[in-house]
Design a protein around this ligand. Sequence first.
Ligand SMILES: Nc1ncnc2c1ncn2[C@@H]1O[C@H](COP(=O)(O)OP(=O)(O)OP(=O)(O)O)[C@@H](O)[C@H]1O
Ligand SMILES: [Mg+2]
Length: 264
Amino acid sequence: MITTEGLTRTFRAKDRTVEAVRGIDLSVGEGELLAFLGPNGAGKSTTLRMLTTLLRPTAGRAIVANHDVSRDPDAVRRRIGYVGQGDGASHSQRVRDELVAQGRCYGLTAAASEQRADELLEALELTELARRKASTLSGGQRRRLDVALGIVHRPALLFLDEPSTGLDPQSRANLWHHILRLRRETGMTIFLTTHYLEEADTMAERVVVMDEGRIIADGTAPELKRALAARSAIEAPTLDDVFLDLTGRSLRDRFIAPPEAVAA
Ligand SMILES: Nc1ncnc2c1ncn2[C@@H]1O[C@H](COP(=O)(O)OP(=O)(O)OP(=O)(O)O)[C@@H](O)[C@H]1O
Ligand SMILES: [Mg+2]
């Protein structure tokens, strides 16, 4: 479903170059549910944005849903869904109208997008909120709407960038209930990032850890835990232990003061 070779992205800031993604090779099979982990600033969102054609790679290549993201971005976009970090919906419209508009964007007829909107409202427990302005939804409701918007066109591959961040435990559990059910019903491949490691531990069958633009671990959660138990004194490590062992305990997105700020 996804293959990358040397996928790289650098950003040129005013006074320095940020190597956000440093040549990653990754292969994701059909139907996998993969959790993509890493500290703040590791390069997760940048990777997702390249895989979803929102950002051009600086070097390397990525084949997503059988198409090259650089050569054939339109074909990739038609086959994937993307729910970005923060939120995707513009929220000025009513919930149902937003879904209908998204369907129209993907080329559905008016009747088909209305039907699909109603299906998704039902599937994501949003029917009672159909006429509400999206801007008035709670965090959990909004995130469910974001997921609905991401799958209007029935993509075979769904990217979720921190879908559950900021939600209370009930809303997180509810969102996961929906994600897992959609996956069971559609066989969709799901590629997600999260900072809630117990989510990765219990929901994902594969965990990939990124740090400083590189992939530093790739395996099932039990494999990664066993490997840590074998190389450390920790007896029954959690995925949090694995993560901290791999990525260290220092803050990654610490502010590096520019020279003038230091001088002043
Ligand atoms: N448009 C940009 N211009 C300059 N630097 C950027 C840009 N986008 C991202 N970066 C930098 O690239 C690095 C990777 O950022 P990215 O957003 O991919 O991290 P992340 O793993 O998603 O982090 P988080 O967990 O905080 O969401 C960071 O150092 C970030 O500041
Ligand atoms: Mg991010």
